[in-house]
Design a protein around this ligand. Structure first.
Ligand code: XMP
Length: 319
């Protein structure tokens, strides 16, 4: 049977109200599709009794806090922006192992929430977890591939009760729900963004400088691919971003020798994120991306490569 978003919304509202009652709830919004849809749904069900918190982890996309404000505030969502970037970057300072990064970020996130929740008097934590998040986190029969932020980062003794209204949905269904809730298209059709943010797009140790580099490179990849799609040069891929590699290679800057980082561009076509194929991007689009990245970041990056691997054997993100 075809998925019916309206039916899903009315059933979820009843369920959320039955679970939360007249208590208060808190939800993290990241600017991504899942959390925005969960926030809009929870706000529809609970009104001002749900506080939507945007935590600036210092690992968000360019302009994210402003975008979230612009998208959610007009919907009457009770939104609070918390700048915790120093705390997150400090905690990640000496970590290069991907699973460790995920755990640190997941746990810090929950800590920040617990303190916001206390202040708000919330007893429930709403999360935008969707089916692939928990399937890939080893809850089912599969081995653990990655501890997804929404699941793997949760401490064992959580003080709040969890509400996950999108738990059984896949991405395409979440988008339909977002559209039916009246969210702007820029939100519900937005490409996925991982919970741990840019941390999993920086291979190895994270420094503020590296975050700046990958944030700028991701913005360029997004702009150029969206432009190419708008001009009809290609279909917009499922996901498209940049990864900062931990290797340096030799290049030329002006007439001097340079020794800079390499950026990998990743763009994939997928239905649900469980499997994926590298997108076929016109060479001139890739060239423009490489040109813009190496100009804008000329002091730090002198090489751009394109990742042509499918999932499996690779995953979409590099960590
Ligand atoms: P991978 O990299 O495992 O990712 O092929 C599949 C999809 O999930 C996104 N992703 C995450 N989403 N929390 C999330 O909410 C996470 O921890 C997380 N890690 C990866 C990824 O961007 C892709 O769309």
């Amino acid at each position: 049977m075809a998925f019916d978003p309206q039916k899903f919304i009315s059933e979820s509202i009843v369920q959320i109200r039955a679970t939360v009652g007249d208590k208060r709830a808190i939800i993290a919004v990241s600017g991504g599709v899942d959390s925005s849809v969960a926030a809009a749904l929870a706000s529809r069900a609970l009104g001002k009794n749900v506080l939507c918190v945007f935590v600036d982890t210092g690992l968000m996309r360019k302009g994210e806090a402003e975008n979230v404000r612009a998208a959610l505030e007009p919907l009457g969502v009770n939104l609070k922006v918390v700048d915790a970037s120093r705390e997150f970057l400090g905690a990640l300072k000496n970590t290069s192992e991907p699973e460790k990064k995920r755990k640190i970020i997941g746990e810090k996130f929950i800590r920040v929430f617990e303190s916001e929740a206390k202040r708000f008097g919330a007893s429930f934590l709403v999360q935008g977890t969707i089916a692939p998040d928990w399937i890939e986190s080893g809850a089912g029969l599969r081995d653990t591939i990655k501890s997804h932020h929404n699941v793997g980062g949760l401490p064992k003794k959580m003080k709040m009760r969890l509400v996950e209204p999108l738990r059984e949905l896949y991405k395409d269904e979440v988008r339909k729900v977002g559209q039916a809730l009246g969210l702007p298209q820029e939100i519900y059709s937005r490409q996925p963004f991982p919970g741990p943010g840019l941390a999993v797009r920086i291979m190895g140790k994270i420094t503020p400088k590296k975050v700046e580099i990958v944030r700028e490179a991701c913005a360029i990849v997004e702009e150029e691919i969206e432009l190419a799609a708008k001009e009809g040069k290609m279909e917009r891929p499922w996901q498209y971003f940049a990864v900062l590699l931990p290797i340096k290679s030799v290049g030329v800057l002006g007439d001097a020798r340079a020794y800079g980082y390499a950026i990998a561009v990743r763009a994939v076509d997928s239905i649900d994120g469980m499997t994926a194929k590298a997108s076929r991007i016109a060479p001139e689009v890739l060239e423009k991306i490489a040109d813009r990245i190496t100009r804008k970041l000329k002091e730090d990056v002198n090489r751009v490569v394109y990742d042509i691997t499918s999932k499996p054997p690779a995953t979409i993100e590099w960590e």
